[in-house]
Design a protein. Sequence first.
Length: 90
Amino acid sequence: MLLADYLGFIAAFCTTISFVPQVLMVYKSNDTSALSLSMYSIFTIGVALWLIYGIIKFDLAIITANTLTLALAISILFKIISNNKINKYN
């Protein structure tokens, strides 16, 4: 592996793992009131596009990072949508 590959995996790990505290906080507190639905929607679409790009380029660091980040972002996005629906009817 090249130095660039190692840097890619380290960067992928850092950016992906950074979402874990947010996911844990959202599911622990069940509070998404300070989170933007439009931001997470656009972000999730962007991550999905990065995943497709990584697949096209056969770049394992991009594929791995964006697969995991997409799962974390989707979990937060669904929680925001779910909480918005609950708050709308209360």
